[in-house]
Design a protein around this ligand. Structure first.
Ligand code: AHR
Length: 667
C-alpha cells in the first residue's frame, strides 16, 4: 500500500542523486568524449594501434591488460603520402614551449604528383555532413620569395577506397621560417562515409614543394560538438550522458587526478588556454593526455548540461606507475597543495577582480562557474597520510569557501586511523563488487549515520559497478580473470546495482549522490571494464549498457519526496521497491525489481487518482543478456501495460488496486 495521505511519513529525496563521473581512462577523454578527431595531434605520444592488446579477442568483449602507450614523442597515427617523402620527429623547431615536438616533412627533389601525409584518427574517424574545423601550425626552413608560395590541400578520405568526401585548399601561403604560422580552414562533406575507416590528409602538388622541408605542429580536426561549444564534446556520447538526466559531474578523477607521481598530477593551470600552450601529461591510465579536455572544458561541459560541478582537487597524494599508493606531500609542504586548490576555486568562482577570476574571464567566461561540491583527493583510504592531509585541506578550503560541501575520500576503512568528517559534509565510497554484494547490502544505509557514528555525514557513491560474477569468497579479483569478470554490464548488473540504489533512494538523509564508473570505454583501447557506455569512432556503434538504462530509468522517474510503502504480504527480497512523489507534477513513481528467476504476483494499492496502466520495464532474455556493438538493444527500457496478461485493476473506496505479474529478472 502506497500512502499518499500521511505526509508525516515523507522525506525529501536527494535532489542530486544520479550523476556522472568522468576521468580520462580507456581513451574516454582523448579519443573519446573530447571531440578532437586526430590522434597524437601534437606528437606527444599515443598508440593508436590496438592489435596486440592482450585480451582483445575481436569480439569486442575482453579486458586489455593496461598496455602502456609511449609517453615520449612518436609519429603513431601519422603516415606520409608519396614516394620518398620523409617524415621525422623534430625537436629543433619547437612549435611552442609547451609542445616542443614538430613533425618534419622532407619532400624529395624530384617530387611530383600528390605528396603529403595523413592521420588515421582514433582508430578511424566519422565522416558525415557537418562542418569540420581544421587547423595546424607550419614553418619552413629557409626564406621564401613570392615565387615560392605554397598551396595546402586538406581533405577527408576513405582509407579503403581513397574516395574524397571533402576537400579544401589554403592557397598562396608564404611559409615563414622564423615563427610558425597557424593555418585554418573548414571541411564540409556532403554525405556520410559508409564506415569510419577514414583519414585526414594534408597534401601538396609535388612540383610545388619538391626539395623543401616543412615542420608541422599541433593539428586539430574538430567536428560539430555537443551544444556547439568550441573545443567541446563528441555529440553522440555527450548526448547519451545528457539524455540520462544527470544532475552532477564528478571530475577529473579518479586516479587520473592524482598522477603517477606528484610531478605528473593533474595540474589545473596547465590545462588552460590555447591548445598550443597546453603541455599535456602522461595520464595515470598508460597513455598521454593532451589536456584538450581541460578545466575550462569540464566547467563548460557542466554548464552545457546544466548540472552541478563536483570538482575533485589534488590533495597531495599520488600513485605509482602500477596504480598503487605512491608518495604524499609532507605535512610541512601541504600549504602549496592547499594554495593550488584555493587558486583553482578562485579560477572557477572568483569575480573578475581576483587574479584567477580575471584569468577565467580572459579565457572567455567572465561569469563565475559556481561550485557546490569539492572532493578532497581520491581514494585516500589507500594512503596513510590522509590524517594530516584531510584536515589541512578541509580547514583551509572551508575557511575560504564555507558554503561549499566538502567530500572526504576516507573515514575509517583504513583501520589504522579514523578520519573525522564534520556533519554536513560527505563521504565518498567506491564499490566494484559482485552482483550479490549489492543485493545483500540493500539495507546498508539504513541507520548508517548512527551505526557508524557519522551523525550528519552524507554519502556519495562516487564509483560503483558489478565487476565480477558471484564467487563463494566474494573477493573481487582485479586481474579481471576471464571466467569471473563481467566485461559489459549485463542485466544482472543492472538489477543488482538497481537494488542497491533503491536502498539509497530509501535513505535520502544519508545517500545524496551516485555515479557509475568508469563511464566510458573506447572499444579499440581500454584498460577497464565494465563501463557504462562503450564506443568507437563510428557513432552508430555506441553501446548504451544495461547499467546505463537502469540509471536512465531511475533518474527519469524520481520524485521530490519518499513515500511510505506498507507491505501486507511478503518482505522485501526477492522483490525490492521504493516509491517517491513529485509534488509539482502530483505524480507518484514506484520502482521495483524482481531478482527471482520466476515472475512474482504483485498488487499495488494507492489512491485512485494516481492509478495508471502503463509503466517502463527493463529486462532481457537472460540474466546475462547485455548490449554490445551490432546488438545494442538487447536490454533497453520498454513500455509495459499492467492490464495485459493477468493484470487487472479494481477500485475499493478511494483506492485503486493494481494487480500485475512482475516478470522474472526485471526492473
Ligand atoms: O574507475 C577506475 C578507478 O577505480 C578510478 O580511477 C579509481 O578511483 C578507482 O580505483
Amino acid at each position: 500500500y502506497i500512502d499518499t495521505l500521511d505526509k508525516s511519513g515523507r522525506n525529501a529525496t536527494a535532489p542530486y542523486l544520479y550523476g556522472l563521473m568522468h576521468e580520462d581512462i580507456s581513451h574516454s577523454g582523448d579519443g573519446g568524449i573530447y571531440a578532437e578527431l586526430l590522434a597524437n595531434r601534437a606528437f606527444q605520444g599515443s598508440n593508436w594501434n590496438s592489435t596486440g592488446i592482450p585480451g582483445f579477442n575481436g569480439s569486442l568483449i575482453g579486458v586489455s591488460e593496461n598496455p602502456v602507450e609511449p609517453i615520449a614523442p612518436v609519429l603513431t597515427a601519422w603516415a606520409s603520402i608519396g614516394d620518398n617523402v620523409r617524415m621525422l620527429l623534430d625537436l629543433l623547431h619547437p612549435p611552442s614551449a609547451a609542445l616542443p615536438t614538430a613533425m618534419e616533412i622532407d619532400f624529395p627533389v624530384n617530387a611530383s604528383g600528390e605528396v603529403g601525409f595523413q592521420n588515421f584518427g582514433w582508430w578511424g574517424m566519422d565522416v558525415s555532413p557537418q562542418r569540420y574545423n581544421v587547423s595546424f601550425y607550419v614553418l619552413g626552413n629557409y626564406p621564401r620569395n613570392q615565387a615560392n608560395l605554397t598551396t595546402f590541400t586538406v581533405s577527408l578520405r576513405s582509407n579503403t577506397t581513397g574516395e574524397v568526401y571533402a576537400s579544401s585548399t589554403i592557397a598562396n601561403v608564404s611559409v615563414p621560417y622564423i615563427d610558425f604560422i597557424q593555418l585554418s580552414t573548414t571541411l564540409h562533406p556532403n554525405r556520410t562515409a559508409p564506415d569510419s575507416n577514414n583519414t585526414f590528409v594534408v597534401s601538396f602538388d609535388g612540383d610545388d614543394v619538391k626539395g623543401q622541408t616543412f615542420y608541422f605542429g599541433m593539428f586539430s580536426l574538430m567536428p560539430e560538438t555537443f551544444m556547439g561549444t568550441e573545443n567541446g564534446l563528441r555529440k553522440d556520447i555527450a548526448g547519451a550522458f545528457y539524455d540520462m538526466k544527470p544532475t552532477f559531474l564528478r571530475f577529473p578523477g579518479g586516479n587520473n587526478l592524482e598522477g603517477i607521481s606528484p610531478q605528473q598530477r593533474w595540474k589545473w593551470k596547465e590545462t588552460l588556454g590555447p591548445l598550443i600552450d597546453r603541455p599535456g601529461r602522461p595520464g595515470d591510465w598508460n597513455y598521454y593526455n593532451t589536456q584538450g579536455l581541460g578545466l575550462m572544458e569540464y566547467l563548460q561541459w557542466t554548464e552545457d548540461m546544466n548540472i552541478e560541478r563536483m570538482l575533485a582537487v589534488y590533495a597531495g597524494f599520488s600513485l605509482d606507475v602500477y596504480g598503487q599508493s605512491g608518495p604524499s606531500y609532507p605535512e610541512d609542504k601541504m600549504d602549496e597543495v592547499l594554495q593550488e586548490a584555493l587558486d583553482e576555486l578562485e579560477f572557477c568562482m572568483g569575480n573578475t577582480s581576483t587574479t584567477y577570476g580575471a584569468l577565467r574571464a580572459e579565457r572567455g567566461h567572465p561569469e563565475p562557474f559556481p561550485i557546490k561540491f569539492v572532493e578532497i583527493g581520491n581514494e585516500d583510504w589507500f594512503s596513510s597520510t590522509y590524517p594530516y592531509r584531510w584536515p589541512i585541506m578541509y580547514d583551509g578550503l572551508k575557511a575560504a569557501y564555507p558554503n561549499i560541501t566538502y567530500i572526504s575520500t576516507a573515514y575509517n576503512e583504513n583501520l589504522a586511523y579514523n578520519i573525522s568528517i564534520p556533519a554536513g559534509e560527505v563521504w565518498d565510497t567506491h564499490h566494484y563488487e559482485e552482483p550479490s554484494f549489492f543485493i545483500r547490502n540493500f539495507d546498508f544505509y539504513d541507520n548508517w549515520q548512527s551505526r557508524t557514528n557519522n551523525t550528519g555525514v552524507e554519502v556519495l557513491l562516487g564509483e560503483y559497478s558489478a565487476i565480477q560474477i558471484d564467487t563463494p569468497s566474494g573477493i573481487v579479483d582485479y586481474t579481471f580473470p576471464a571466467d569471473l569478470h563481467i566485461p559489459y554490464p549485463r542485466l544482472v548488473s543492472a538489477l543488482a546495482e538497481g537494488v542497491y540504489l533503491l536502498g539509497m533512494e530509501r535513505n535520502p538523509a544519508t545517500c545524496k549522490f551516485v555515479s557509475f564508473a568508469p563511464s566510458l570505454q573506447n572499444l579499440n583501447w581500454y584498460n577497464w571494464t565494465p563501463d557504462m557506455i562503450a564506443f568507437d569512432a563510428d557513432p552508430s556503434h555506441t553501446v548504451l549498457s544495461a547499467s546505463y538504462w537502469q540509471q536512465w530509468i531511475f533518474a527519469h522517474y524520481r520524485g521530490t519526496q519518499t513515500l511510505p510503502v506498507t507491505n501486507t504480504q511478503g518482505d522485501i527480497n526477492p522483490l525490492f521497491w521504493a516509491a517517491t512523489y513529485d509534488e509539482a507534477k502530483d505524480v507518484i513513481y514506484v520502482k521495483y525489481i524482481n531478482t527471482l528467476n520466476t515472475s512474482i504476483p504483485l498488487t499495488i494499492t494507492m489512491p485512485q487518482q494516481y492509478s495508471r496502466t502503463n509503466g517502463t520495464i527493463l529486462t532481457g532474455a537472460d540474466l546475462n543478456s547485455y548490449n554490445y556493438v551490432y546488438n545494442q538493444t538487447e536490454v533497453i527500457p520498454k513500455p509495459i501495460n499492467f492490464t495485459e496478461g493477468n493484470g487487472r485493476q479494481y477500485v475499493e473506496g478511494r483506492n485503486v488496486s493494481m494487480e500485475m505479474i512482475v516478470p522474472r529478472y526485471s526492473l
